[in-house]
Design a protein around this ligand. Structure first.
Ligand SMILES: [Zn+2]
Length: 125
């Protein structure tokens, strides 16, 4: 899903200080968390990561009732990035990726679909 990938990249960019090279951010993040949201790998690296990002971290990304959810603690700028990504997702057909005229369709699960894709799904049933 390119909207989510782009949103996460934007969030990461905002989270870390601009002067820090990207590979250093990645390295610190890995040393801090082992790229997992549930554990701390090295406490010193975790503390450093918290200081550099002002404690900002994505803790979970999921889809709930056809709505994108990005959980974590963020500054207001990042909250705005998330809000825009959620809006973009709501306006995008999750089947074919077309924009506009997308409706919420309930077919066992909640989908955001354009008219053509929602017809396809109801034909399958
Ligand atoms: Zn579609």
């Amino acid at each position: 899903m390119p909207i989510v990938t782009k949103a996460v990249a934007d969030i990461e960019k905002h989270m870390w200080p601009q002067w820090l090279p990207w590979y250093v951010c990645n390295l610190i993040h890995w040393l801090a968390t082992g790229n997992s949201v549930v554990r701390i790998k090295y406490r010193w690296a975790f503390n450093l990561r918290q200081r550099l990002t002002k404690g900002q971290m994505i803790t979970d990304i999921k889809e709930k009732y056809a709505t994108l959810r990005i959980y974590g603690s963020f500054c207001s700028e990042i909250d705005e990035i998330i809000k825009q990504a959620v809006r973009a997702c709501n306006e995008t057909c999750q089947e074919c990726g077309c924009k506009g005229a997308v409706d919420r369709v309930y077919a066992g699960w909640v989908y955001n679909l354009c008219a053509r894709c929602s017809r396809k799904i109801s034909d399958d049933e």
